[in-house]
Design a protein around this ligand. Structure first.
Ligand code: FDP
Length: 329
């Protein structure tokens, strides 16, 4: 018979656990089912397009961004074990006045990643990461290294809706079965191939990438890397990551002129995906250092991101570490 996400969490739970954590996760799955229902009906109702507001990142909020954020804030806010919620869409954390023995968790999330793709019916996703509360002060409670994540995951709203999750004991994928309204285990112990055939980056920005990135991409194009590569870039991080997880290869969002610190956000984009990538046997760097070892200074901090199969990320590192003169020789 089937294994639902909820059953899987209960099976992984240690004996004597309070059940708070599985109840917390059910808040996430409920919110993502609400989001997916809205997305499925997107062309039919008046929920496409801009909501008329600019978010904390200076980006135009789409109506679905606003709805997705409200769904997560609502469903998670009702869980007694939540201390603070940090969302891409909110400048400050949403804090709940709960004693440390009750409000034990901090959840950071990107409610709707890839929102520039919503209006054209291309895949989008939700990304989340869960930390234990380690401080009284909520804005600092979220500033933990990625290594401290208790669990992380994402939901990809694609031809089917898939939830990919890790709590540090492997990566599991669940597909939403619309006939029963439950996420059902479909991908057990997911492993990223050691090497892939796709590289993924926004090549329109190539001329503004730092030199090691340019030379590395050139090596993939000209066969220097020992195999022929194809490029794939959806422009929805979750979708580009999901392909990389299943098929291998490399995803890069380097620093650019317009985003000198990179565009993607450390807390609710890079960290959760790095945790999943490493659990699946892949790697994730900020161009030099391991993403999971970075110490965040602010909740909406950006970072360059290079992640994927070990073969590709290790060969990227050779370019990143080579002194400039040697690179040009
Ligand atoms: P979007 O701007 O559509 O929200 O972080 C947001 C993100 O999408 C990622 O999902 C995606 O990988 C990236 O930005 C795309 O950025 P570019 O358009 O600069 O390539």
């Amino acid at each position: 018979m089937i294994t639902t996400f909820q059953q899987h969490i209960l099976q992984q739970q240690v004996a004597g656990a309070s059940g708070d954590f599985s109840w917390l996760l059910s808040g996430i799955t409920l919110a993502t089912k609400m989001i997916e229902a809205r997305i499925r009906a997107a062309g039919l109702s008046d929920i496409l397009g801009a909501a008329g507001q600019i978010n904390v990142q200076g980006e135009t909020q789409q109506k679905l961004d606003v709805y997705a954020n409200q769904a997560l804030l609502h469903c998670l806010g009702l869980r007694e074990s939540v201390f603070a919620l940090v969302s891409e869409e909110n400048e400050q954390p949403v804090i709940f006045d709960r004693a440390p023995e009750h409000g034990k968790y901090v959840i950071v999330f990107d409610p709707l990643d890839g929102s520039s793709n919503i209006d054209v019916n291309v895949n989008v996703g939700t990304i989340f990461s869960i930390f234990r509360r380690n401080e009284q002060d909520a804005s600092h409670a979220a500033l933990q290294q990625g290594l401290a994540q208790v669990a992380a995951g994402y939901v990809l709203y694609g031809p089917s809706t898939v939830l990919v999750y890790t709590s540090g004991r492997g990566v599991y994928g669940f597909t939403l079965d619309p006939s029963i309204g439950a996420y059902v285990l479909s991908h057990e112990k997911m492993k990223m191939p050691r090497q892939g055939k796709y590289y993924s980056c926004n090549e329109a920005n190539l001329a503004t990438f730092p030199e090691p990135y340019q030379l590395y991409i050139e090596s993939l194009r000209n066969g220097e890397a020992g195999r022929e590569y194809s490029s794939r870039y959806i422009g929805s991080l979750v979708a580009d990551f999901h392909r990389t997880l299943l098929k291998g290869g490399i995803f890069l969002y380097p620093p650019t002129i317009s985003h000198p610190e990179g565009k993607l956000r450390l807390l609710y984009e890079a960290n959760p995906l790095a945790f999943i990538a490493e659990q699946a046997g892949g790697m994730a760097l900020d161009g030099q250092q391991r993403i999971l070892s970075l110490r965040p200074r602010k909740i909406h901090q950006r970072t360059p991101l290079v992640l994927g199969s070990p073969c590709e990320v290790e060969s990227f590192l050779q370019f990143a570490e080579r002194p400039a003169l040697q690179r040009l020789a």
